[in-house]
Design a protein around this ligand. Structure first.
Ligand code: XMP
Length: 525
């Protein structure tokens, strides 16, 4: 494919800002395709793609730090439009002959008021005085130590803040620097500024839509798979479901889905998978009933990591056995998303402490030597939901919360037995039912019940009880790396508690988990 036949895109060079993924999501929201690329990307690499413009992200460094990442200077003079955000602006100034003032006391963290300057017609006016009628001041989110003391030649100043006379600058050749972050919601005109860069400066078209994605992905899958056979492990979550539906649309019954019932699923889940995939979507599906096998392997095991390991190993073994029964299989379809890809190719070498092993059930069994089909590897979660909806997945699938691979085994604290799983399943179904009825499901990141290993004293009728304690966990989160406990309304908590103790045998107490992550995690194990 030659360059102009490729999808037009914006390249976002990642200098390590905590907001880099957010920049990418905002650009996609403008219906322009973009990718995050390492800071070390060269002009030659950019020119191999149909790149229409470049965004230099923020980052934690000062341009004066030893080893501070710089941009390939050839990119800055390539004629491509460039938007430098925060550290990106400082790079433009530093590398093009301006001057960055290091830790000069001009740092700003939080909201600042910008005074927008009237610019000459020549420089791209991403900010205009007419954007902020009234006092002419625009709110912008700042998070910087260094700032620009002198602009490189040919730049004009677009805006000033109380601390920084040069809070935004532009050059007629399409180079723009913003000291503030247009990608965060605390900069109310941020999207307008990004749109002007994308459409007016780069000349992009807003044509990155769900429809174009589906048709491009479908033909890419056909090209890749040819007449080969594909298997896909369904986890019950939205990502693997959307990947499966997309692959099915591309190659029809060359795809077989495999769903393993580990016995650690939520109430009604295996039935829903069968109904949706076989009856509704007509996708070939093999269901493996491995409940007894998993329970047997989990007997007597209480350590959370041991539970994860057992379930992971067992899953892979069953998956392989089923795949073998299908005869020659060439490809494995997976619902890998862009944030996973970014994370796994991260240049950050800091060793992170392993908190929990997140075994991704449905992961590639290594010895199978299947080639991967990953049609969602450049999509964010919200884009996956849009694709799922367009492909006809029922709403309740599209909006499903994530569910961990080891399932209820890590929500039954302590030993996993049939009886304890039944207790948890019943309590969990009530929690979900009540939250859905209250219309709050979509506002939460995750919500579920946990069966604690505690028993407590209670009184029911005239009798004393000594029974299980169930905990309810509900969190709001944007990325599952951090989370806050959800402020569920008291009446909702009251009816959850009352229904659980009345309807679930063996439970006489319900507690609500009010810890954030960190220091807690979302799951209890
Ligand atoms: P934590 O508990 O670490 O969870 O705050 C963050 C997110 O990861 C999910 N999770 C898992 N997912 N296998 C998975 O596939 C696992 O072993 C696992 N453990 C936690 C959790 O549900 C939450 O969405």
């Amino acid at each position: 494919m030659n360059k102009t036949q490729q999808r037009e895109m914006i390249a976002i060079l990642d200098f390590g800002s905590q907001y880099t993924q957010l920049i990418a999501r905002r650009v996609r929201e403008c219906r322009v395709y973009c990718e995050l690329l390492p800071a070390t990307t060269t002009r030659a690499e950019l020119l191999q793609r149909n790149v229409r413009g470049v965004i230099l992200s923020g980052g934690p460094n000062s341009v004066y730090d030893a080893g501070a990442p710089l941009c390939d200077p050839a990119i800055l003079t390539s004629g491509l439009p460039i938007l430098g955000i925060c550290y990106g602006m400082q790079l433009l100034a530093h590398q093009l002959g301006g001057r960055v003032a290091a830790a000069s006391g001009r740092h700003e963290y939080g909201s600042a008021e910008l005074e927008i300057q009237q610019t000459s017609q020549k420089a791209p006016a991403l900010l205009r005085p007419t954007d902020v009628p009234g006092n002419g001041k625009m709110l912008a989110w700042m998070s910087h130590g260094d700032s620009v003391a002198e602009m490189p030649q040919g730049f004009v100043c677009l805006a000033s803040s109380a601390n920084n006379p040069i809070a935004a600058m532009a050059h007629p050749a399409g180079l723009i620097g913003l000291l503030f972050h247009p990608e965060v919601v605390h900069t109310p005109q941020g999207m307008l500024i990004l749109q002007r860069f994308l459409f007016e400066v780069c000349g992009c078209q807003p044509n990155w839509t769900t429809g174009t994605f589906i048709s491009e992905a479908t033909s890419r899958i056909r090209d890749q798979v040819g007449s080969g056979r594909v298997i896909c492990g369904l986890s019950g979550g939205v990502d693997s479901a959307v990947a499966a539906v997309l692959v099915h649309r591309a190659v029809g019954d060359q795809l077989t889905c495999i769903f393993v019932d580990t016995g650690c699923l939520r109430a009604g889940e295996p039935e829903q998978v069968v109904e949706t995939f076989r009856q509704h979507l007509h996708i070939p599906l093999v269901v493996v009933d491995a409940r007894a096998r998993f329970l047997g392997r989990l007997a007597g095991v209480t350590d959370p990591e041991a539970k994860r390991r057992i379930i992971g190993e067992e899953f892979v073994r069953l998956f392989e056995a089923e795949a073998e029964k299908l005869g020659q299989v060439d490809f494995l379809a997976q619902g890998t998303l862009y944030p996973d890809v970014i994370e796994s190719t991260s240049h950050d070498t800091t060793a992170a402490v392993r908190i929990k092993t997140h075994h991704n059930v449905g992961g590639l069994p290594e010895q199978m030597a299947l080639r991967l089909v990953e049609p969602l590897r450049y999509l964010f979660k919200d884009e996956v939901r849009d694709v799922g909806r367009e492909l006809g997945l029922p709403e309740e699938w599209v909006w499903r919360h994530p569910f961990p691979g080891p399932g209820l085994a890590i929500r039954v604290i302590g030993e996993v037995t049939q009886e304890r799983l039944e207790t948890l399943r019943a309590a969990d179904a009530i929690v979900l039912d009540e939250v859905c009825q209250a219309g709050l499901y979509r506002e939460l990141g995750q919500v579920f019940a946990v069966l604690t290993p505690l028993q407590s004293v209670g009184v029911m009728g005239d009798g004393r009880t000594y029974a299980h304690v169930v905990a309810v966990r509900a969190v709001t989160t944007s990325d599952f790396m951090t989370a806050d406990w959800a402020r569920l309304p008291y009446p909702l908590l009251a009816s959850i508690a009352s229904r659980i103790v009345n309807e679930v045998p063996g439970v006489n107490r319900v507690v609500y988990d009010i810890t954030s992550k960190p220091p807690a995690t979302i799951e209890w194990e």
